[in-house]
Design a protein around this ligand. Structure first.
Ligand SMILES: NC(=O)c1ccc[n+]([C@@H]2O[C@H](COP(=O)([O-])OP(=O)(O)OC[C@H]3O[C@@H](n4cnc5c(N)ncnc54)[C@H](O)[C@@H]3O)[C@@H](O)[C@H]2O)c1
Length: 343
């Protein structure tokens, strides 16, 4: 394979704002084709960005590409990924992996039976804070992660564009759109753990009130999804996670927070510091610099290119992305049925 020919399915915000501009900077990639149910949008994007192929039917696009990037609403992730893999294409699919664990399992089966690579775009794993934290943990500096606190909170920022408040197309709100990134990042740092029990409550109260929203306008009458989630998650190794996410919290400012209390020391991921204690001293070690030469978008793209070209392992394994979806599904079910869910 000289160049990897990429085809895009869905060319809205994330395709044109992140993936196309990023992949275009790689010599070994050609953005060969686009498809969108909105064919006028596909034509416009192709014309503006000089992409040679525009296809109204996905099956007509397959012969012209080696890999597919799926950037549609969540509802279509599973069916489109499986179809592409069954046509022998590698797939980079936007997050979340799918709407349900069952769909994730079907995607993993398609990946295996076709011998292709399936990458889910959990890009927080490529941030410098994630890279530094992974090194701290793998070097044994905090011991085994035990108690994990995760907060992904935005102050009054419900996405006022696209279909983010549409339950049928997205399967949920703040959690499946935004909180899932922090959940994924925290689980990545925790290592090989599996969730065993989830208890949660979801809310959709704050965004229905007539208050200011910083990210454009959304229709409160058709707002079908949660804006706030709090959850408690137990893992198979005895570790636990306190998790909270919101699009529209009344807090002083937005907050991305992950802190991990390990058996030896504590790690604050976004402040990048390790808190430790011995017999008579408490110390804090700040991580001042981490050598990362690329943006997270480029690192994510590089990971996919390398997996397709050389068969290297992906930083986001599909099995791991499935565990995130499993928790998301359990959080929604726990809240709906007002009980803990055993997994
Ligand atoms: N990684 C991130 O940080 C991040 C950020 C934003 C969005 N996303 C994810 O990316 C996906 C798309 O989000 P977006 O913001 O680009 O949305 P968008 O609404 O801007 O674009 C979606 C595009 O998909 C097209 N589409 C809809 N159904 C389709 C189908 N069945 N087949 C082909 N095309 C179809 C729409 O016409 C539209 O052009 C979502 O899954 C979202 O969760 C991820």
């Amino acid at each position: 394979m000289t160049k990897i020919r990429l085809g895009f399915i869905g060319v809205g915000g994330i395709a044109t704002g992140r993936h196309i501009p990023t992949f275009r900077t790689f010599d070994e990639v050609e953005i060969a084709a686009v498809h969108d149910v909105d064919i006028k949008r596909a034509e416009k994007v192709a014309e503006e960005l000089g992409i040679p192929g525009v296809f109204a039917e996905i099956e007509d696009m397959y012969p012209h590409v080696d890999a597919i990037v799926i950037c549609t609403p969540n509802k279509f992730h599973a069916e489109l990924s499986i179809d592409a893999m069954d046509n022998g294409k590698h797939v980079l699919c936007e997050k979340p992996m799918a709407m349900t664990t069952e769909e994730c399992n079907a995607m993993i089966e398609a990946e295996k039976r076709n011998g292709v690579r399936l990458h889910i775009a959990y890009h927080y794993r490529y941030m410098k804070e994630a890279i530094a934290s992974k090194k701290v943990i793998e070097r044994g500096m905090i011991g085994d992660p035990l108690v994990v606190r995760v907060r992904g909170l935005r102050r009054r920022k419900v996405p006022g564009w696209g279909v983010f408040t549409n339950y049928d197309l997205q399967g949920g709100g703040a959690l499946i759109d935004y909180g899932c990134h922090l959940l994924d990042m925290a689980m990545y740092l925790m290592g090989d753990v599996k969730p065993v029990e989830v208890s949660s409550t979801t809310y959709n109260h704050l965004s229905r009130t007539n208050t200011v929203n910083e990210w454009g306008h959304f229709n409160r009458d058709t707002f079908e999804v949660e804006d706030h989630v709090s959850a408690f998650i137990r893992f198979n190794n005895g570790a636990t996670m306190l998790f909270e996410t919101s699009w529209a919290a009344n807090i002083p400012e937005d907050e991305n927070h992950i802190s991990i209390s390990g058996t030896k020391a504590g790690l604050d991921v976004f402040n990048m510091q390790v808190n430790q204690a011995d017999e008579d001293l408490m110390t804090t070690m700040r991580i001042d610099y981490i050598k990362v030469d690329e943006t997270f978008s480029r690192l994510q793209a590089e990971d996919f290119i390398s997996a397709v070209k050389y068969g290297t392992p992906l930083t986001v394994a599909s099995e791991e992305a499935k565990e995130v979806s499993k928790i998301i599904e359990a959080i929604y079910l726990s809240s709906k049925e007002q009980r803990s869910i055993r997994l």
